[in-house]
Design a protein around this ligand. Structure first.
Ligand code: ATP
Length: 434
């Protein structure tokens, strides 16, 4: 690992490229003065962190020292400067996969590019599982892409060791803290506080695949949701499920109620979002199966509607993929076309991609394949080259940010740094249509 000085005066802070950790963390693009190299600095205001948060961060730093893999974002230096924790990472010039789909591939990223990205994620997960950990925060904003096309997983903060008293635990009863934003990606069993290794991660991978394949839409996180549906979902579950699925209905009610209270407490002033998140959780616990959104899963009459009126925004296909319409792709990824000016989901994704997502999103955790098995899935047969050779080509005409003149970088078809920032607000209440 190249050594970077643990001294803040060795870095020139340029511009803010991201935020996280409940807005306690700012991500800056910076120049490392001794070499001129560009880096990303994650700065965390320690004064605003609770003791519990600091302990949580210490866990991340420990893990970062243990992990060395080309598909995991490396930590170049970690130190404290002016009451802030500074974490120096390489600057990933394409930003996150989430940034890419929310700023540049609004009508869909090519399926081949998605395959490269998901393969990179699987390689990272395979390594993490091999090391005896689970990631617990797999989502497109934690998948970063370097200028040379290298795909790296970040989000090490939520990583959790499965080794307890020298033994690998099969189930971990622990919910990732400070992770309200990641709830839509978690599997039902995680939400029920039992974490099945390594299968829960595959479920998050399936949701991430939907996010990438469905133009950034996160399943079950509806924009058109109404508050009344929260009550409906509660009632439906009470009437129909009778605790059969969850074993102990009382525990589930208490859990959901507790979660709702947690959401309200941790997101004071953002109650609408709280309710929508709680609603999403209930939908998930009720067994609703998300799927990729395309011409095979959205009824033709919906595809002819204006996108804002289409129920496709729900991301829910009750009967599973294929139930809402016949699939008519020939399986050639090149046929997956973007909808120029039409409905954003009118393209047709390959049956292999649908099959991959179905495998990851199976309700029963024991049926979900491990990362190693998924790497051999037919969906990845289309990959013929290294990501570093293929991805920059597939992203064209988009180019990574390489010019950093002035306080706001210019000259990149990536839309400059504003492009990197724009993905962050996608969960904000203002963006939602009530
Ligand atoms: P969350 O609140 O979702 O948990 P987080 O605290 O994990 O977020 P990150 O996802 O690590 O925060 O960073 C937030 C965003 O900052 C990323 O999605 C990405 O847009 C940007 N970012 C972070 N690290 C880098 C990097 N090394 N290079 C380029 N952009 C980065």
């Amino acid at each position: 690992m190249a050594s970077f000085q643990p001294d803040c005066s060795a870095y020139e802070l340029l511009t803010v490229i991201g935020q996280g950790l409940e807005d306690l963390m700012t991500v800056n693009l910076a120049r490392y003065k001794p070499t001129g190299e560009h880096v990303a600095i994650r700065r965390i205001a320690l004064e605003s962190c609770t003791n519990e948060m600091v302990a949580f961060l210490q866990g991340e730093l420990l893990v970062s020292k243990l992990f060395h893999h080309p598909s995991i974002l490396p930590y170049r230096s970690i130190f404290i400067a002016q009451n802030e924790l500074w974490i120096i990472n390489p600057f990933m010039a394409y930003g996150s996969a989430r940034d890419l789909i929310s700023s540049h591939f609004m009508d869909g990223m090519s399926e081949l590019a998605i395959a490269y990205i998901l393969l990179g994620v699987l390689k990272a997960l395979e390594y993490i599982h091999h090391m005896g950990y689970v990631h617990r925060s797999v989502k497109a904003s934690h998948v970063l892409i370097a200028a040379d096309g290298q795909v790296c997983m970040s989000g090490l903060r939520s990583i959790f060791s499965l080794i307890r008293h020298g033994q690998r635990a099969k189930v971990v009863h622990d919910f990732p803290p400070y992770s309200v934003k990641v709830l839509p990606w978690l599997s039902p069993e995680v939400l029920q506080q039992g974490y099945d290794f390594p299968l829960g991660t595959s479920k998050s991978l399936g949701i991430t695949a939907c996010e990438l394949g469905s133009n950034g839409h996160v399943p079950l996180l509806q924009r058109q949701a109404r508050h009344g549906r929260l009550r409906e979902a509660f009632e439906k579950r009470k009437k129909n499920e009778r605790g059969e699925k969850f074993g102990d209905e009382k525990r589930m009610d208490l859990f959901c109620l507790g979660l709702l209270v947690d959401l309200c407490v941790s997101y004071r002033g953002r109650k609408f979002m709280d309710v929508l998140l709680a609603e999403m959780l209930l939908e998930k616990l009720n067994g609703t199966v998300p799927c990729l959104l395309d011409s095979t899963t959205i009824p033709p009459e919906e595809l002819s509607m204006k996108p804002s009126r289409s129920g496709a925004d729900s991301g829910i296909c009750e009967g599973g993929p294929g139930a809402c319409g016949a699939r008519h792709s020939n399986g050639d990824p090149s046929t997956a076309s973007s909808s120029a000016g039409g409905h954003p989901y009118s393209r047709t994704l390959s049956p292999q991609f649908h099959a991959f997502v179905e495998l990851c999103l199976q309700r029963e955790p024991e049926k979900r394949p491990s990362a190693t098995t998924l790497i051999g899935h037919p969906f990845f047969k289309q990959i013929k080259r290294r990501a570093s050779e293929a991805l920059p080509e597939l992203f064209r005409p988009l180019t990574p940010i390489t010019s950093f003149d002035g306080p706001q970088a210019q000259g990149s078809t990536a839309g400059g740094l504003s492009g990197l920032e724009s993905g962050l607000g996608h969960l904000e209440v203002d963006d939602w249509d009530f």
